[in-house]
Design a protein around this ligand. Sequence first.
Ligand code: GUN
Length: 301
Amino acid sequence: MTAERIDGKAFAARLTARVKAASDRLQAEHGVKPGLAVVIVGEDPASQIYVRNKGEQTQAAGMRSDTHRLADDTTQDQLLALIAQLNADPGIHGILVQLPLPDHIDSAAVLGAIDPDKDVDGFHVVNAGRLAVGLPGLVPCTPLGCSLMLKDALGDLSGLNAVVIGRSNIVGKPMAQLLLAESCTVTIAHSRTRDLPALARTADILVAAVGRPEFVRGDWIKPGATVIDVGINRVPSLDPAKAAEGKTRVVGDVAYAEAAEVAGRITPVPGGVGPMTIACLLMNTWTAACRSAGVEPVLGE
Ligand code: GUN
């Protein structure tokens, strides 16, 4: 079998266009322009690139985009003061503090200071709790993107066996909650799981979110299963001369070529889950803006 490739880039482009149209409507009909504030502390080059992309895509979607670039030696109190100011700003509907933060700042305290209704990352414990009990809230972007792609690819997920490899608060746990909400039978696997390959082979839906390059092998996959690869891992280039120059390539948590021989559908890396994350951030910003205006967030076609 050769798996169908789930094109996350195209899916994200369609979702972003729908969010932009909905956001334009919110502005025209209710006078509310969704606004996203992104806060970055320090000079980490990868974070700088992510933050620039987020700002550009937010503007391209017709939303207000504010980026707050703070110095590496910013104190926790200064950062908390900025968050208090953004919480109180009626023109800002979403607040994202780029992680990781410098070591002298307590990330949990900072994330916990964001107004849960502006927490477009969905990392606040209030949003984790809302997701767990089925209340409307804001859902972490990466698992939300995975869930949308799965529903698009498979339709009704109810009764399917889902195995999520990885138990992080950002991906694994919320992913499991979303699959449970779709009536899947969900297992969360992690580093202590016994006979992971055998468990993975029970999965109709296999989500890999472990951060280990090409960890999931082809013979772990049930024939015809749908495989969602959340990993983004930098490894040396395949060309030894380029590798010697320090050139890298990006691979997922799944050995793609092997897995694609067995799976029914699979997301590639790059071009799978990654592009959906920013599209879902824009969707969450629009959702938060709708709720602030008392408007039901219903995305048109
Ligand atoms: N750093 C890497 N990914 C993310 C993300 O999705 N949200 C935040 N806040 N920081 C990140």
